[in-house]
Design a protein around this ligand. Structure first.
Ligand code: 2AM
Ligand code: CA
Length: 271
């Protein structure tokens, strides 16, 4: 079944409505719960996921639904909506405007359609397989060649996994040595949309969940970005702890800077 850009635009309408709910609550005090160390959730996350479930379930092919806060909601199907109601909850709860709503529609685990919306700025990213990626209704061009030394690299800290501090900081030192600079924005979905838009040239992080990246992967694919695992092979959603993506022209030096410290860490059997 071929998905249409029309469906992506219908999803965008839903995300804009959900974004309104988030903006109403932004910078107002929230009741916050911790799901784990440094892993926060608010009533806004939960209410928005329910809204997404109700509005997305009636769009597109008959699909299962998987969200960050409630897990699987219904039905086994080859199709699945993979949803993060707020990607960047920590930012949202601290009053920092880098947060997004991320929705990917997957077929057998492969994201085919993606929509990511940043309520605070109104930036909208969408893509459907084979039909291009768009930022604010403008077609994003294929990524142009850039050298690693002129690249701005985004990443996420291993905030939950102290055992990854050492490989992470070793990799960061290598990137600082070879690239222009690094950024940590706190919403993986947005970071990856900015890679697709050519703002950042690369991104890496460990222990991401499918809902953190499913919405952005179709954009990356449409502009020719690579998405790799620790072996430098195509990343399969939900498999492996290590994820790296970037402009194809600098992927080799970028991957060679980041991956060795993780490879030696994981080869010692520490998980
Ligand atoms: P979340 O807000 O949906 O949980 C980047 O580090 C990714 O990790 C984000 O996409 C974010 O998704 C998640 N994350 C969870 N806890 C975080 C924290 N304390 N700091 C930064 N990111 C966090
Ligand atoms: Ca979230």
């Amino acid at each position: 079944m071929e998905l249409s850009l029309g469906l992506a635009k219908q999803v965008a309408v839903v995300l804009k409505d959900v974004g309104q709910v988030q903006l109403r609550e932004f910078r107002r005090s929230q009741v916050v719960q911790a799901k784990g160390r440094n892993d926060l959730v608010s009533e806004v996350d939960k209410a928005c996921e329910t809204m997404l479930f109700e509005r997305l379930s009636i769009l597109g092919p008959k699909a299962a639904f998987f969200g960050e806060e409630y897990g699987f909601r219904h039905g086994a199907s080859d199709w699945c909506w993979v949803v993060d109601p707020i990607d960047g909850t920590t930012n949202f709860l601290h009053g920092l405007d880098m947060f997004s709503i991320s929705v990917g529609l997957c077929y057998k685990n492969e994201p085919k359609l993606g929509v990511v919306y940043r309520p605070y700025t109104g930036d909208l990213f969408l893509a459907s397989e084979g039909q291009g990626a768009f930022m604010n209704e403008k077609l994003l061009p294929m990524l142009k060649p850039k050298s690693f030394s002129e690249s701005l690299i985004a990443m996420g800290f291993p905030f939950k996994s102290e055992e990854l501090y050492q490989p992470f900081f070793t990799a960061s030192a290598e990137v600082l040595r070879g690239a222009r600079d690094m950024r940590r924005c706190g919403s993986a979905a947005l970071d990856l949309c900015f890679v697709a838009a050519g703002t950042f040239q690369g991104f890496w992080e460990c222990d991401l969940s499918p809902y953190d990246i499913a919405g952005a992967i179709p954009l990356l694919k449409e502009v020719g970005a690579f998405t790799w695992d620790l072996q430098g092979e195509n990343y399969v959603l939900g498999e492996g702890r290590f994820f790296i993506a970037g402009n194809p022209s600098l992927m080799e030096p970028f991957y060679s800077a980041v991956s060795p410290s993780y490879k030696s860490f994981f080869s010692t059997g520490q998980k």
